[in-house]
Ligand binder design. Structure first.
Ligand SMILES: [Zn+2]
Length: 184
């Protein structure tokens, strides 16, 4: 008993920093692991969503354009048709796609339950501009590129290059300085 304790106290001087180093290493490992996990999760989800899209629109011709991205950390989808008529003709496929996305993304809501109705945007060229008039030409040309615009909330954000990271909310137009609607 006494010998054992003696040995322990001999070792002690070199020990204080070790648990901390170990903790730090474990934390780094955890973060790295999470990044890999998140990327894989995104890749898997994307593959599943593309498959759902192809299945839902298998009989639709011409095939609408499909785009998946993230807005405020939640997946968003754009399905763009050649015309309004093509979009209306594909109503059945649109419904099937919404259902599939609802199931695939049901655990992807951040502050509220994920709803495909809110996350999938069916569009056609004619409804691109007149619906919203943004502050300036540059803003108009950047919405959907560097700027994320949430139609339902009139909220603007800067797109980041990191998958899964929400857009950065902005209060003023970066180009003309116009005041933008405050985030709700
Ligand atoms: Zn502007």
């Amino acid at each position: 008993m006494r010998r054992g304790r003696g040995r322990l106290s001999c070792l002690r001087p070199s020990q204080p920093s070790r648990p901390l180093t170990l903790l730090f290493a474990a934390l780094l490992l955890l973060i790295a692991g999470y990044v890999v996990f998140d990327r894989r999760r995104h890749a898997r989800l994307k593959a599943a969503c593309v498959a759902a899209f192809e299945q839902a629109y298998a009989a639709t011709s011409p095939l609408p354009a499909f785009e998946m991205s993230y807005s405020y950390g939640e997946p968003v989808f754009k399905v763009e048709f050649a015309s309004k008529e093509a979009m209306q003709a594909a109503a059945g496929a649109n419904g099937a796609f919404l259902q599939a996305i609802d199931i695939l993304c049901r655990d992807r809501g951040r502050k509220r339950q994920f709803k495909a109705q809110r996350a999938v945007f069916f569009r056609h060229p004619a409804d691109d501009e007149p619906v919203v008039t943004h502050c300036c030409d540059t803003m108009r040309s950047q919405v959907g590129r560097t700027i994320v615009y949430q139609d339902d909330m009139k909220r603007y954000g800067l797109k980041t290059s990191i998958v899964g990271t929400p857009a950065l909310a902005i209060a003023h137009c970066p180009w003309c300085g116009s005041r933008l609607p405050p985030p709700a």
